[in-house]
Design a protein around this ligand. Structure first.
Ligand code: ATP
Length: 159
C-alpha cells in the first residue's frame, strides 16, 4: 500500500481548520444521488487506480481516480467499510471528497444480487473474450467482486 505523507510546506498544512482537531479530517462520500458519509475521520484507505492509498489528517493535496474495491473510513477508532465501483478522490484543506460512481456500505450489499452479477459477468467475459463487449463485462465482474469482498469482510468476526 502506498501511504503518502503530509507535505509540511503545502497550503493545506498552513490553512487547515484552525479550530478543528488535527487528529481528524472531514470525509465526504457522495454519488450522483446520495451522501453515503459526511463526518470526521482519522484515516481513509481508498482503491486508487495506481494502488491503494492511505490518507491521514493534514495530507497533501491529491486528486486520483478510483477503481472498484474496498473503501475504509476509520472514525472514533471504528472502521466503516464501503464498496465503491469507481470515481474520484480529492484531498485538500484537510478534507477528503470521494465522488463515487456507486457506493454501498457493507451492510447494504445484497449478496445474492452481487453473486448473480458475478455469474452473469463471468459468462459474458467468457463469451466475448477479445471482443470489445468483454470490457464492460470485465468491469461488471470487478464491481461484483468488490461488493462480495466487502460483504464478506463485514460478516467476518472482528479481530
Ligand atoms: P447489477 O447487475 O446487479 O445491477 P451492477 O454492477 O450493474 O449490478 P451498478 O450499475 O454498479 O450495478 O449499480 C446500480 C445501483 O445498484 C447503484 O445504486 C448501486 O449502489 C446498486 N447496487 C448494485 N449492486 C448492488 C448490490 N449487490 N447490493 C446493493 N446495491 C447494489
Amino acid at each position: 500500500m502506498t501511504t503518502t505523507q503530509p507535505d509540511p510546506s503545502s497550503q493545506a498544512q498552513k490553512n487547515v481548520q484552525p479550530k478543528g482537531n488535527p487528529a481528524h479530517m472531514r470525509v465526504v462520500i457522495v454519488t450522483g444521488d446520495r451522501t453515503a458519509y459526511d463526518g470526521q475521520a482519522e484515516a481513509v484507505v481508498a482503491p486508487a487506480t495506481n494502488g491503494q492509498i492511505g490518507i491521514r489528517p493534514l495530507h497533501a493535496p491529491l486528486l486520483a481516480g478510483l477503481e472498484p474495491g474496498e473503501l475504509l473510513v476509520r472514525a472514533n477508532g471504528e472502521e466503516q467499510v464501503f464498496a465503491v465501483s469507481g470515481g474520484f478522490i480529492e484531498v485538500r484543506d484537510n478534507q477528503v471528497i470521494i465522488l463515487a460512481d456507486t457506493v454501498e456500505r457493507a451492510e447494504e450489499i445484497d449478496v445474492a444480487r452481487a453473486e448473480a452479477a458475478r455469474r452473469r459477468a463471468r459468462m459474458l467475459v467468457e463469451r466475448y473474450r477479445d471482443r470489445p463487449e468483454a470490457i464492460a463485462a470485465r468491469q461488471a465482474l470487478d464491481r461484483s467482486r468488490a461488493r462480495l469482498r466487502v460483504a464478506q469482510r463485514a460478516r467476518r468476526p472482528s479481530r
